[in-house]
Design a protein around this ligand. Sequence first.
Ligand SMILES: *[C@@H]1O[C@H](CO)[C@@H](O)[C@H](O)[C@H]1NC(C)=O
Ligand SMILES: *[C@@H]1O[C@H](CO)[C@@H](O)[C@H](O)[C@H]1NC(C)=O
Ligand SMILES: *[C@@H]1O[C@H](CO)[C@@H](O)[C@H](O)[C@H]1NC(C)=O
Ligand SMILES: *[C@@H]1O[C@H](CO)[C@@H](O)[C@H](O)[C@H]1NC(C)=O
Ligand SMILES: *[C@@H]1O[C@H](CO)[C@@H](O)[C@H](O)[C@H]1NC(C)=O
Length: 430
Amino acid sequence: MNGWNFLALVALASAATYAQEYKRVCYITNWAQYRPAPASWFPNKTDPSLCSHVLFAFAIIDANNSVIHQEWNDDIPGGLYDQTIALKEREPNLKVLISIGGYNFGMWQVTIMMSTPGNRSAFINSAINFCRTRDFDGVDLDFQFPGSAWRGSPPEDKYRFTILLQEFRAAIASEAVSSGKDPLILTAAVGAQEITINAGYEVDLIHQYLDFINVMSYDFNGAWDVMTGLNAPLYARADEFGVEYDGSNRSTRNLDWAARYWAELGAPKEKLVLGLALYGRSFTLANVVENDVGDPISGPGWAGIYTGEAGFLSYYEVCSVINQGVTRVFHQEHQTPYIYRDDQWVGYDDEESLKLKVDYIKANGYSGWMTWNLDLDDFSGGLGCNAGPYPLLTAINNFLLNTSVPLNSPFPAAPLTGKRPARKTRINRQ
Ligand SMILES: *[C@@H]1O[C@H](CO)[C@@H](O)[C@H](O)[C@H]1NC(C)=O
Ligand SMILES: *[C@@H]1O[C@H](CO)[C@@H](O)[C@H](O)[C@H]1NC(C)=O
Ligand SMILES: *[C@@H]1O[C@H](CO)[C@@H](O)[C@H](O)[C@H]1NC(C)=O
Ligand SMILES: *[C@@H]1O[C@H](CO)[C@@H](O)[C@H](O)[C@H]1NC(C)=O
Ligand SMILES: *[C@@H]1O[C@H](CO)[C@@H](O)[C@H](O)[C@H]1NC(C)=O
């Protein structure tokens, strides 16, 4: 073998190893079971070959700071936990984590839990015990959002979150020694917006305690706003400027900005897992002839027949809308599509935009993707997309695991805008 062939082989081998090491993080939920047939979804419908990690959303925290199940059938024999853990029999390398918190659970008990050493250790010990007695491989902390006043979380929660993670990591290490088992995995789902990041995270500190970080790079725009906008744009558009109603810079509301901001503040890209949305956000237009991004709305779009929430459509419900006939626009600056018909307008993701996002992840050296969530894809293949089971999840697996890494792709590196978090003296550390 000559030297060049040898080098080529080494390069191929390391590319293959690296591809296998990409994180493919799949959230599943314990409430999709309640959707009407045929959209009702249980964890036994997961295809575990399409994920490296399955994160079960959600468990919650009780008034004694202990981790407890949320749904009546989560923790019963043959229940949702058992179905999730059983996926490991089909895919031995799969890791299954319990995700604690969630948007609806909010911050009330999280704030109480984080506020004293005793409360934190009650939580940490209970979380470790929860995993070990049920065979979960780790914990994902989904606290939305530390330090965010609009979620009722006081500013000091930003610093207490760091302390919690530090103590959690130490407890995991000592439990691994005493049990002789592999250490539990510890991850966090984190915000992607300027205000949330600045208020919530000591980015330069927390990454050292986490195995990886799930950046929720979606929900950038929705019917809570006054105008149409894409749920998960890849890039900003040129006419996005000005400070938003919440004090953030509108041009920061995209995956590219969020990823680069987390990295710039000190999180290693090898630990940043970027979120991909398998759903869209819908609007009712104020005036049917104004149907571009940034046009006025009168409220949320119609609810989907299965997910039943105004302003929100699963990917399979987007497919059904498309089947009825719509105008589709692929927005060239945002690199993400939207559809409209009459006064209904939906920004969403499909194979075309997800390919660009996965290429972005590969070309820029991020750790992989996280996806919210499996039950919003056309999981059976019969919910309207006519592209086989899990069309989006399958596509993002292929995009990630395909050996061609687009090293020379034109991913712009414009300077980051936005306010940097003030370097405060740390307060209320205990
Ligand atoms: C999945 O779980 C549900 C609820 O427990 C059950 O009704 C269904 O039969 C299961 N499906 C399979 C394929 O095991
Ligand atoms: C909290 O702990 C106390 C004392 O052990 C117990 O009486 C109470 O039922 C617990 N509360 C919850 C919600 O588990
Ligand atoms: C610690 O947790 C307990 C139980 O939730 C709560 O009653 C107490 O107020 C907490 N301590 C603080 C300082 O918040
Ligand atoms: C690469 O992606 C294509 C679809 O774009 C797929 O058919 C093919 O199987 C993928 N190759 C690998 C090695 O994943
Ligand atoms: C918002 O972004 C624009 C460019 O996108 C930049 O010129 C401006 O300084 C930013 N404003 C703030 C407050 O960061």
